[in-house]
Design a binder for this molecule. Structure first.
Ligand code: SF4
Length: 470
């Protein structure tokens, strides 16, 4: 289940010219994006004269008190929730990052991973740059601070030197800017309220604030929001678009829309496709909560089997993957999922999970179901085998833990103890997503990386020997 995958990040931005209380709205926007990262939360707010920054290594409600939000007065802000994909969960690695530059103060927050960060860091170090964090985001900030000309030109020049995945929100004293990489790995969407404009990684953060969703920022596009309104600037030719298909499988909230597709509906279609591809005789369909739920509903609808809540999730503990050690991660599964005996006992169970990455959680679940008295356990993954590490902003870049890379399906079935193990086919996934295959990144399933990886192999690569494998 994708609790075995570490998240990425979420970004948020807001510009309300006649509003001085954007901090509480930013708080709510970040709260809606908390599923994308739970290690740190932060926001930068401008009142037109200065940018104020506040961040911490915790969940949004724990970092920001009411008192703190009152102090962060301003009419525009950016915010960030983080799971570390480059650099550890250290206070200095929390975002946004703020620098003083020839354009004045600039704050920046980033979702994604750069693929040329090792060479960029080497170049910048040789030119005298000093780094205070072990993130690739600081490279962007440093590059930006080195540019001359106006901010818009400097941002274009900076973006053109970056390779990899980046959805950025940038704040100056008077402007909010959003930038998306030319391949569009990570989402970034623009919304409007009567009093201003918003940017967010996912539309759920906009609709939660009563905003109208205007449109997604296109790959290779920049949006500039200031007192004159909204201006779009295409800074790079569209290359092979490579939107991360895993956003549909797991990362995004089901109440978000991505590339015009409802995430919830996509997941239901995935469930229906799973049934079509691999029907099974069973008594009941259950989900690995919560991200397997829509697919389980789709499977149940297509098959005519009853859908039941078979595992109850304790919502008051953190997601298991935020605990760093394998031992704690395994313990966390038992604490957070409780089986409902009346649903499970003496039944042939189909359990649908969004994905199987390390396999440890699936094994725990199957054992839990058997201990509760399940007669048969049929494990269905709502995505193809996860075979290759991601270098574009998801923390699987080590690749060593990927169970499907080490074992065949029959072996994994035995390892997790299921009677049946079925994965969705790649064709089935693409069909259910409803977007042309050419527009999607599918690299973790196919190994067909849309961009070459130039050196970064570990999220800690800028921590070894204090700097990098330069
Ligand atoms: S490799 Fe997988 S997780 Fe990474 S961007 Fe591509 S589809 Fe998404």
């Amino acid at each position: 289940m994708a609790r075995e995958i570490n998240e990425e990040c979420g970004v948020f931005g807001i510009y309300c010219q006649n509003h001085v209380a954007v901090a509480p709205l930013t708080y709510l926007g970040l709260f809606a994006l908390q599923h994308r990262g739970q290690e740190s939360s932060g926001m930068a707010v401008t009142d037109g004269r200065q940018i104020m920054l506040y961040k911490g290594t915790d969940l949004v409600p724990k970092v920001f008190s009411e008192e703190k939000l009152k102090q962060l007065k301003g009419y525009a802000a950016i915010g960030h929730v983080r799971y570390s994909t480059t650099g550890s969960n250290l206070p200095e690695n929390a975002q946004p990052l703020v620098v003083d530059s020839s354009f004045g103060q600039v704050a920046l927050a980033h979702n994604g991973n750069l693929t040329n960060s090792v060479e960029l860091r080497g170049e910048l170090t040789r030119s005298g740059a000093v780094f205070n964090t072990s993130t690739d985001t600081e490279l962007i900030v440093n590059l930006l601070a080195q540019q001359g000309g106006d901010l818009e030109t400097a941002l274009v020049k900076t973006a053109q030197q970056l390779a990899g995945a980046f959805a950025l929100v940038v704040l100056t004293r008077k402007r909010l800017i959003g930038v998306r990489d030319p391949l569009g790995f990570r989402p970034l969407v623009l919304g409007a309220r009567p009093d201003g404009y918003l940017l967010a990684s996912e539309s759920c953060a906009l609709t939660n604030l009563g905003a109208e969703v205007l449109r997604e920022i296109q790959p290779g596009e920049m949006v500039i929001i200031d007192q004159d309104g909204v201006k779009f600037h295409k800074y790079a030719e569209r290359q092979r678009e490579s939107f991360c298909v895993f956003e549909y499988v797991y990362f995004a909230r089901p109440d978000s829309n991505l590339l015009g597709q409802s995430v919830h509906q996509v997941r239901k279609r995935i469930g229906a496709t799973l049934w079509k591809e691999a029907p099974v005789e069973a008594d009941v369909v259950i989900a690995a909560p919560d991200s397997g739920t829509p697919a389980a509903m789709g499977f149940a609808e297509a098959s005519g089997l009853p859908f039941e809540i078979g595992l109850l999730k304790n919502r008051y503990i953190g997601r298991t993957f935020i605990e760093p050690s394998q031992q704690l991660r395994e313990l966390g599964v038992r604490i957070k999922l409780n089986p409902i005996g009346a649903v499970i006992r003496n039944k042939r169970i189909v359990i649908i999970d969004d994905s199987i990455v390390r396999g440890t959680t699936s094994a725990k679940i199957v054992r839990l179901l058997r201990e509760t008295g399940a007669k048969e356990v049929h494990m269905y993954a709502a995505s193809p085998p996860y075979l290759y590490p991601c270098f574009y902003g998801i923390d699987t870049s080590q690749g060593t833990d990927l169970v499907a890379a080490k074992y065949n399906i029959e072996e994994i079935k035995r390892l997790i103890g299921a009677d049946t193990l079925r994965y969705l086919s790649l064709e089935g996934l693409v069909e259910a997503v409803g977007i042309q295959k050419e527009r999607l990144c599918l690299a973790c399933f196919t190994g067909d990386y849309p961009l070459p990886i130039r050196g970064v192999t570990s999220k800690h690569c800028f921590e070894q020997n204090g700097s990098a494998n330069e």
